[in-house]
Design a protein around this ligand. Sequence first.
Ligand SMILES: C[S@@+](CC[C@H](N)C(=O)[O-])C[C@H]1O[C@@H](n2cnc3c(N)ncnc32)[C@H](O)[C@@H]1O
Length: 192
Amino acid sequence: MKEIKDHYFFKAKKEGYPARSVYKLIEAQERFKFLGKGQKVLDLGAAPGSWTKYAAKVVGSDGFIVAVDLHRLKINQDNVVFLKEDIYQLISSKELEEQAPFDVVLSDMAPKTTGRKDRDHYLSVDLARTALQIASRFLVKNGAFYCKVFDGEDFPEFKTEAQRIFRTVKIFKPKSSRKESVEKFLFCKTKK
Ligand SMILES: C[S@@+](CC[C@H](N)C(=O)[O-])C[C@H]1O[C@@H](n2cnc3c(N)ncnc32)[C@H](O)[C@@H]1O
């Protein structure tokens, strides 16, 4: 993925996070206040580990994070369990079943982009749908789901699917997400 060397890139370096994407979670936390001490959090598409590191700090030593990715994390945190796994295999994962239920499910997953906007959109929605399925199965009733998805023609349908599962569904575009980027985030809370 192309590295954007802007204000957020240098801020992340200074604050010890491996990626600028951390501010897309911090801004959501400032707005929705869904992460808290002692929680169990599932972070899908966690590498290199900025969201995991931030979430691990917020939940503290009484909580923990299960971080999942195809690639290893570049962080080292005591209260993090890492699963090197493809999200598509996760729904039947015994390990996940043992750690569930979670208070929060995060997904910053992004497909390997092809440069074809429509194709990248479909791949992103497919990942987001799988994350939604996992959240629906493994979240506590009052839990929160925060998920990235590339905008495009299937976005409204994806939002409707989320509304079938959650009482609250909000679209969020953090300031740290570049205006020209097609990514958007969905914040969902409380299963129906
Ligand atoms: C934008 S990065 C996540 C950045 C991370 N939130 C952070 O702050 O460090 C997207 C991640 O999604 C992961 N990903 C994409 N498809 C996946 C899949 N099928 N299963 C698991 N992880 C996947 C990629 O490997 C990549 O590390």
